[in-house]
Design a protein around this ligand. Structure first.
Ligand code: PGA
Length: 251
């Protein structure tokens, strides 16, 4: 059966020192709280990965927020999937809307990143989601389906089994406006149906689909209660250990 996952995305926040401190606080809370079968993930900037992996215990997986679209070589400033793997990290967040928007990340580029992530034994947390104009034009289902199809449907069922999806409506990211519980469930059910069509019931039912966008302790329970919402990708609220913990314990 699919896993429940709460993943933090620190984005470009925290110096190394601050990040080590925050990871330590989260780890203490996770170690000392009874958690209902939830996988906890922390997505840090690259420079934190090695140190944060030393600070956290077995119960927390560490994620990078991106990786290079090439294996190795003369790509100044890039960080490869194999380098991420060597830090002890387990996940790579890919296709976040901020990367798609500000850094021109296309589905074509994402295919290369997804492949390299999987080849290196890392699990992609693959982000999808529509912008406000697309929702207003009632194109949100079409947009999300094409992001999934173009970014991931080249994978075999076995490979796809390692992927975590994160539905993040762009209009809800960092805006304080969250999708309603019904809007989230409606899209998550649509995504699962899309997966059934491509890979069959078993793979679809085993895929964790996270919700992201202004998720906080006060609305997490309502969102996570939905049958097809398997957890969250958390930005702002993952920067404070207590808030992040409030979301983890919302299940
Ligand atoms: P937010 O960000 O929780 O701050 O809205 C979510 C994300 O971008 O992953």
């Amino acid at each position: 059966m699919r896993r429940k996952i709460v993943a933090g995305n620190w984005k470009m926040n925290n110096t190394l020192e601050e990040g080590i401190e925050l990871a330590g606080q989260i780890n203490d809370l996770v170690e000392n709280t009874e958690i209902n079968d939830v996988d906890v993930v922390i997505g840090t900037p690259f420079i934190h990965l090695t140190e944060v992996n030393k600070v956290v215990g077995e119960k927390i997986g560490v994620a990078a927020q991106n990786c290079a679209d090439e294996k190795s070589g003369a790509y100044t400033g890039e960080i490869s999937a194999s380098m991420i793997k060597s830090t002890g990290s387990k996940y790579v967040i890919l296709g976040h809307s901020e990367r798609r928007t500000y850094y021109g990340e296309t589905n074509e580029i994402l295919v290369k990143k997804v492949n390299l992530t999987l080849e290196n034994g890392l699990a992609p947390i693959f982000c999808i989601g529509e912008v406000l104009e697309e929702r207003e034009a009632e194109k949100h289902f079409e947009v999300v389906k094409s992001q999934i199809a173009e970014g991931l449907f080249h994978l075999s069922a076995e490979e796809f089994g390692k992927v975590v999806l994160a539905y993040e409506p762009v209009w809800a990211i960092g805006t304080g406006v969250t999708a309603s519980s019904d809007q989230a469930q409606e899209m998550h059910a649509f995504i699962r149906k899309t997966l059934v069509e491509q890979y069959g019931e078993e793979v679809a039912n085993n895929t964790s689909i996270l919700y992201g966008g202004s998720c906080k302790p006060s609305n997490a329970k309502e969102l996570f209660e939905n049958a097809d919402v398997d957890g969250g990708l958390i930005g702002g609220a993952s920067l404070k250990a207590e808030d992040f913990m409030g979301i983890i314990t919302a299940f």
